[in-house]
Design a protein around this ligand. Structure first.
Ligand SMILES: [Zn+2]
Length: 320
C-alpha cells in the first residue's frame, strides 16, 4: 500500500520529474495516438480532413519539403498526391494539434523529385537536427510502422496475402484470418561502470575515433537485466553485479526500442569479442569528459548528442 502521509517519501517516485527518456533523440513525439478509438474508418476519416498532413517515406529516407534553407517534414494531402504518394498504403500516426498526421510510402524515386523536395536518410535528419524533436518522433513512428508493413504483406501462418486494418496497427490474413501486429524489437544498451571508469567499445562500422556503450538484442524468454549481463560478458568478458534501467529510445532502424541501463562491473580484465568489436577498453572519467566535449587529444568521441549511449555516458560523468 502506498504511504501518502505528508512528509514521507515513497522511494519509487524519488526520481526526477523529467524522465531521462524525454531527453533522447526520437522521443519528442507529441502526436495523440488515440489507440483506443482506432477502427476500420480511421484512415478514411483522416483523409477527409482538410487539415490532414502526411509524411512521405521510401527506402530509409524521408521525402521532405525544402523551404528556403529550412525543412518541413509534412505535406498536405494535395501535395502528397501530386507526388504520386501511395496513399492506399498510408498509416495513421494520430492527432496533432493541427489535425491528423499520416505516413505513406513515397511514390517517386529520389531522382524523380521536384527541386522543392529532398529525400534524406532518417539517420542524417536525426544527426544533423534537420527537423524539430516533435517531427523526429513522428518520423520514427511512421518509419517503423511503414517498415513493418513492407515486410509483412504475407501471412506468417499460411502464406496468403494480408491487408492493413485499423489505421495500420494490424494486418489480417484474408485466408486464415490470423491477426498480425506491428513489432518492436528490444535492444539492451548498457554502460558498464566502476567507481571511476566506464567500458566503451567500437564496432568496425563506427565513424573514426567513435566509442560507445555495448549493445545487443534481448532474446526470447530473457529479462532486460539478463540480456545486459549476457551481452556484456559475451562482448567484453566482464561480469556484472547490479544492473539498473535508466532510459529508453525509439530507434527506427527499422523498429527497435533501445533500453538503456547501467551495469556494475565485478571484474576489470577485458576479454573482448573481436568478431563483434574492433576495440573495447576502460575510459577514465576525465577522458570521457573530453570525448563528450569533443576536446579529446586523439579526437576520440562518443555518439551524437541525441543517442541514448551518449545520455548514459553523460549521466555517469555528472552523477557518480
Ligand atoms: Zn493466413
Amino acid at each position: 500500500m502506498l504511504d501518502s502521509t505528508p512528509g514521507t517519501q515513497f522511494r519509487l517516485f524519488d526520481a526526477p520529474e523529467r524522465e531521462p527518456s524525454q531527453l533522447v533523440g526520437f522521443a519528442g513525439n507529441r502526436i495523440d495516438r488515440q489507440a483506443e478509438s482506432r477502427d476500420e474508418q480511421s484512415i478514411r476519416r483522416a483523409l477527409a480532413d482538410p487539415a490532414a498532413r502526411v509524411m512521405l517515406m521510401r527506402e530509409g529516407r524521408l521525402h521532405i519539403k525544402l523551404i528556403g534553407t529550412t525543412f518541413d517534414p509534412y505535406l498536405t494531402l494535395d501535395e502528397a498526391r501530386a507526388l504520386d504518394a501511395r496513399m492506399e498504403d498510408a498509416v495513421l500516426l494520430g492527432q496533432a494539434g493541427s489535425g491528423p498526421v499520416l505516413a505513406a510510402p513515397a511514390g517517386r524515386a529520389t531522382d524523380a523529385l521536384p527541386d522543392t523536395m529532398k529525400a534524406i536518410e532518417y539517420r542524417s535528419i536525426y544527426v544533423q537536427g534537420l527537423i524539430d524533436p516533435e517531427g523526429l518522433g513522428a518520423m520514427a513512428q511512421g518509419a517503423s510502422l511503414l517498415a513493418w508493413h513492407a515486410t509483412h504483406r504475407f501471412c506468417s501462418r499460411c502464406g496468403h496475402n494480408t491487408e492493413s486494418r485499423i489505421g495500420g496497427y494490424k494486418r489480417i490474413c484474408l485466408n486464415c484470418n490470423a491477426q498480425h501486429f506491428p513489432r518492436t524489437d528490444p535492444v539492451a544498451i548498457m554502460l558498464t561502470v566502476t567507481r571511476d571508469k566506464c567500458l566503451l567499445g567500437r564496432s568496425p562500422h563506427f565513424a573514426p575515433g567513435m566509442y560507445s556503450a555495448l549493445a545487443g538484442f534481448i532474446e526470447p524468454g530473457e529479462t532486460i537485466e539478463a540480456a545486459v549481463r549476457r551481452e556484456t560478458f559475451e562482448e567484453a568478458g566482464i561480469r556484472l553485479g547490479r544492473v539498473v534501467y535508466h532510459a529508453s529510445q525509439p530507434w527506427p532502424f527499422p523498429h527497435t526500442l533501445m533500453i538503456g541501463c547501467f551495469g556494475e562491473a565485478l571484474n576489470e580484465d577485458i576479454h573482448a569479442d573481436f568478431n563483434e568489436l574492433e576495440d573495447c577498453r576502460w575510459f577514465a572519467r576525465g577522458e570521457v569528459r573530453d570525448m563528450l566535449a569533443r576536446t579529446h587529444p586523439q579526437d576520440l568521441a562518443v555518439p551524437p548528442p541525441g543517442a541514448i549511449a551518449t545520455h548514459l555516458i553523460r549521466y555517469w560523468t555528472e552523477n557518480s
